[in-house]
Design a protein around this ligand. Structure first.
Ligand code: APR
Ligand code: PHB
Length: 403
C-alpha cells in the first residue's frame, strides 16, 4: 500500500488531520489500534477554542458542532464563598469558546471520513515505523492475522501518550519533561441540568471542584481526590455531598443530583517531548504532550499541532517546497509550552496541596498555598489580571509558517 501521509492513531488529532489533508487532495491512510466504538467510548473534556472550531469548519465537518455546541462567553473562578466572573468575550474583544464534547467531534470526524470513503484500518496491531529518517518511510502492521506494509512520504504520529511514534525517536535525541501531580480528578457524568450556565472552576478549603456540561440536560462535574482513592470508594451520594461543599453557595443551591452515567478517576500530568519531529515523522497531540485538565487545553493543543502540520503539508504538496518541514517542531512547541504553563499555573492556583509535594520543593506547603491564594485574589481582583486569564483561556493565535 502507498499513501502520501500515513497517520498513526485515529483519535481526534489523526481524524482532523486526515480530513484537512483530504480537502487539499493530499492522500492519507489512518492506522488505528482499536475499534471505532472503543475510540468513541473515551469521555474527555469538551471546551473548544475558536482556533479549533475554525479548523473543524475548514475541514467541512462543523454542521452539528455549530448547531449543538453551546457558546460560552465566560466562566467563573471561585474561592470559598467568593466568585469572580471572567467575562472572556469582553476581555478579549469578542472571542468565545464552544462547549461541545470530544466524543461528538470524534464521531462527526469519523462519519465524514466514512462518507468520503477515506481509508482507515481499525484494529491495526503491532504498528512499527521504519526508515522515518529517510525519504521513504513506511509503517508495518497486522490486521486479522495478515501483515501489511504502508509506504508513504511522511508519518503523522497521532497515537496518543502510549503510542509507538514517540519511542521511534531515538532516546538520545529526545528530552521528556514530566510532572505528575499529587492528586487526581474524580469525574461524574449525569443526566441532570448543569448547576450553572457557564463553567465554574472552584477552589475551596476542601479541594478543587469543576462544574461543566455536555448539554442543557447533561452535566459533567469533577472533584480533586487523593491519588490513593478508588472509584469504588465514592458512591454517587458521597460525590454529590462533597461537590456541594466545594461549590460557591449559588451553584451549590442550584445543584440537581441524579444517578451517575459514568464515574472515573484521572491522574493529572504535565508532559512535553522535545523535539516533536524526527526526519519525516511528526508527533501530534497527546503523542507529544499532556496537560492537566485545568483550563481544558489538551484537545486544543492537539488542534494547533494539526494546524501547523496541515500548513506544512499543504505547502509541501501544493508549492513543492519541502524545506518548510523543518519548522514543525519549533512552531508547535512554542504554543505547547504556553498551554503547558497556563495549565500548570491554573492547576497550582486552584487545587489544594496538602501532600508533601508542591510545585516548588524549596517552599513549604503553607507558604506555597499562601502564594497561590494570593495569586488567585490578585488576578481576579483587577481587570488586567482577568484579561491575562481570559486571553489564554480562549487560546493564543496560531503561528504562521516562515516564508
Ligand atoms: N497503533 C495505532 N494506533 C494507536 C497506537 C498504536 N500503537 N497507540 C495508540 N493508538 C491510538 C489510540 O487507540 C487512540 O485512538 O491513537 C489514538 C490516540 O488518540 P488520543 O489519545 O485521543 O490522542 P489525540 O488524538 O492526540 O487527541 C488529543 O488531547 O488531552 C487530550 O483529551 C484530549 O484525547 C484528547 C487529546
Ligand atoms: C469537561 O467538560 O470535561 C472539562 C471542562 C473544562 C476543563 C476540563 C474538563 O477545564
Amino acid at each position: 500500500m502507498k499513501t502520501q501521509v500515513a497517520i498513526i492513531g485515529g483519535g481526534p488529532s489523526g481524524l482532523l488531520l486526515g480530513q484537512l489533508l483530504s480537502k487539499q487532495g493530499i492522500s492519507n491512510i489512518i492506522l488505528e489500534r482499536m475499534t471505532g466504538e472503543y475510540v468513541l467510548g473515551r469521555i474527555r473534556a469538551g471546551i473548544l477554542e475558536q482556533g479549533f472550531a475554525d479548523l473543524v469548519r475548514e475541514a467541512g465537518v462543523s454542521e452539528r458542532m455549530d448547531a449543538e455546541g453551546i457558546v460560552h462567553e465566560g466562566f467563573e473562578l471561585a474561592f470559598n464563598e467568593q466568585s469572580t466572573y471572567i467575562d472572556v468575550k469582553n476581555l478579549t474583544g469578542g472571542d468565545t469558546v464552544l462547549c461541545y464534547g470530544q466524543v461528538e467531534i470524534t464521531a462527526d470526524l469519523m462519519e465524514a471520513r466514512d462518507a468520503a470513503e477515506l481509508e482507515t484500518y481499525y484494529e491495526a496491531k503491532d504498528v512499527e515505523l521504519h526508515d522515518v529518517n529517510t525519504e521513504s518511510p513506511s509503517a508495518t502492521f497486522t490486521q486479522n492475522g495478515e501483515t501489511y506494509r504502508l509506504e508513504c512520504d511522511y508519518i503523522a504520529g497521532c497515537d496518543g501518550f502510549h503510542g509507538v511514534s514517540r519511542p521511534t525517536i531515538p532516546a538520545e535525541l529526545r528530552t521528556e519533561h514530566e510532572k505528575v501531580y499529587p492528586f487526581g480528578w474524580l469525574g461524574v457524568l449525569s443526566e441532570t441540568p448543569p448547576a450553572s450556565k457557564e463553567l465554574i472552576y472552584s477552589k475551596s478549603d476542601r479541594g478543587f471542584a469543576l462544574v461543566s456540561m455536555r448539554s442543557e440536560t447533561r452535566s459533567r462535574y469533577y472533584i480533586q481526590v487523593p491519588l490513593t482513592d478508588n472509584v469504588e470508594d465514592w458512591s454517587d451520594d458521597a460525590f454529590w455531598d462533597e461537590l456541594r461543599k466545594r461549590l460557591p453557595p449559588k451553584a451549590a443551591d442550584n445543584l440537581v443530583t441524579g444517578p451517575s452515567i459514568e464515574k472515573s478517576i484521572a491522574p493529572l500530568r504535565s508532559f512535553v517531548c522535545e523535539p516533536m519531529q524526527y526526519g519525516r515523522l511528526f508527533l501530534v497531540g497527546d503523542a507529544a504532550h499532556i496537560v492537566p485538565p485545568t483550563g481544558a487545553k489538551g484537545l486544543n493543543l492537539a488542534a494547533s499541532d494539526v494546524a501547523t502540520l496541515y500548513k506544512i503539508m499543504t505547502r509541501v504538496y501544493k508549492e513543492g517546497d519541502a524545506s518548510c518541514v523543518s519548522q514543525y517542531s519549533d512552531i508547535a512547541l512554542r504554543r505547547v509550552w504556553n498551554g503547558e504553563r497556563f495549565s500548570w499555573w491554573m492547576t497550582n492556583m486552584m487545587h489544594k496541596f496538602d501532600a508533601s509535594e508542591t510545585s516548588d520543593s524549596e517552599l513549604g506547603n503553607v507558604t506555597f498555598s499562601r502564594f497561590m491564594a494570593s495569586e488567585l485574589s490578585y488576578y481576579t481582583g483587577s481587570e488586567s489580571g482577568k484579561k491575562v486569564i481570559a486571553e489564554q483561556y480562549v487560546g493564543l493565535p496560531y503561528e504562521d509558517l516562515k516564508p
